[in-house]
Design a protein around this ligand. Structure first.
Ligand code: GLA
Length: 384
């Protein structure tokens, strides 16, 4: 059903009161009468917590002007969505390509923003850079893989020492099933110690950087228990993580609020800070896609919001974003940052994963205009 429900009056009036001064963009609804600038998340939150965004594409010239204005104006800290991943930085042994990453860091510095570096050891078979595990025609042995990992981390962190606030040292190591860590080329060669080895190396490379362990679904009790075990192992191995990144790729009507809050508290108890590193709220539920069986064929035909997302659904999303940020505001001293995975709905990866559809998961729409979710997040910051 695509007919728009009327906005609740309070929401309508507030949206009508703002227009987007930055970049000369009008906010839309009723903007002509009032020209007050759009509030900035970074000003309203004032670092409690820091608010970040992941940026795809080359900065600044590869990013559309309306998004650039939002990136510059709204956020404290920027994550490169892809240009600091291993495949990008060192596609072949010894051949580093820092062009895009250099431009990214320079952009953030010019704008007095921090950078969240992402990521070194990404523990999935499909994201483990192939040459790292080959030695000519043979599989590389543990010593060679370790040496390559250390060289990569040292080279990249050394280049940006003092200029990158935090590094996702290990991404997605924990297994979703019964195993502790996921079986991948990394764990097959270096064993479960790969995580500790990566953290030890990163600590030496830039002792002042904040080191992050990043993963998804770690707010769920089973994976959270594995995470706490991993953190204890890291401490014992003198390979401490400073921050745990909860990715936060959630779905509308299935955001696990209680588990998220419990996890923030549990991690604080375990002596680490928390970052929400990749936040978005998928509007087209995807659990059936992963349920297995024949349902997937039906699910991949679903594209319910191709012509736009109805106002009542956007409001539901706003309420859920609001509730999340109320939790974040309540625990802000335990948080390092909260980062959205993308600026506007048009660049979100959820338009293509796990199947192609028109999605609306972020705070700004396809015209780079603020959605009800944006205002709900502001309200949470202001304690309303
Ligand atoms: C994962 C990774 C990110 C990114 C997102 C989706 O969560 O950590 O680098 O690839 O998926 O785009």
């Amino acid at each position: 059903m695509l007919t728009a429900e009327p906005l609740p009056r309070r929401e309508f009036l507030r949206q009508a009161a703002f227009s987007l001064a930055a970049g000369g963009m009008a906010c839309g609804r009723g903007a002509k009468a009032a020209d007050s600038p759009l509030p900035r998340l970074r000003d309203v939150f004032q670092g409690r917590p820091r608010i970040g965004v992941a940026v795809e594409g080359r900065l600044p010239d590869g990013v559309p002007a309306d998004e650039l204005e939002l990136i510059r104006g709204q956020f404290d800290i920027l994550t490169p969505a892809n240009c600091m991943k291993w495949d990008h930085l060192q596609p072949r042994e010894g051949q580093f390509d820092f062009q895009q990453a250099d431009a990214f860091v320079a952009f953030a510095e010019a704008n007095r923003q921090k950078v969240a570096g992402h990521c070194f050891v990404w523990n999935r078979p499909e994201t483990s850079t192939k040459w790292v595990f080959q030695d000519g025609d043979k599989p590389a042995d543990a010593a060679l893989v370790l040496q390559r990992m250390q060289t990569h981390i040292r080279t990249v962190m050394g280049r940006y020492r003092g200029r990158v606030h935090s590094w996702d040292v290990v991404n997605e190591a924990l297994d979703d099933g019964k195993a502790f860590l996921r079986r991948t080329p990394w764990t097959e060669t270096l064993g479960d110690e790969v995580v500790a080895k990566a953290f030890q190396c990163a600590r030496r490379a830039d002792p002042a950087a904040t080191l992050v362990y990043n993963d998804y679904n770690i707010e769920t009790p089973a994976k959270r228990a594995k995470l706490l075990r991993l953190l204890a192992q890291l401490r014992d191995a003198n390979a401490r993580a400073d921050v745990v990144g909860i990715q936060g790729h959630w779905e509308i009507d299935r955001v696990p609020f209680e588990q998220i809050e419990e996890t923030i508290v549990a991690l604080h108890g375990a002596g680490v800070k928390v970052a929400v590193t990749e936040l978005d709220i998928d509007m087209v539920p995807r659990e059936k896609y992963f349920a297995g069986g024949s349902q997937r064929e039906e699910v991949v035909k679903q594209d319910p919001y191709a012509e736009g997302c109805p106002a009542d659904v956007l409001q539901r999303q706003a309420d859920q974003y609001g509730r999340l940020f109320q939790i974040f505001a309540r625990h802000s001293e335990k948080l390092d940052r909260v980062t959205l995975w993308g600026v506007t709905d048009r660049v979100s990866w959820l338009n293509a994963w796990p199947w192609k559809r028109v999605n609306h998961p972020l705070l700004f729409d396809r015209q780079a205009k603020p959605k009800p979710a944006f205002f709900a997040v502001l309200d949470a910051a202001r304690g309303r």
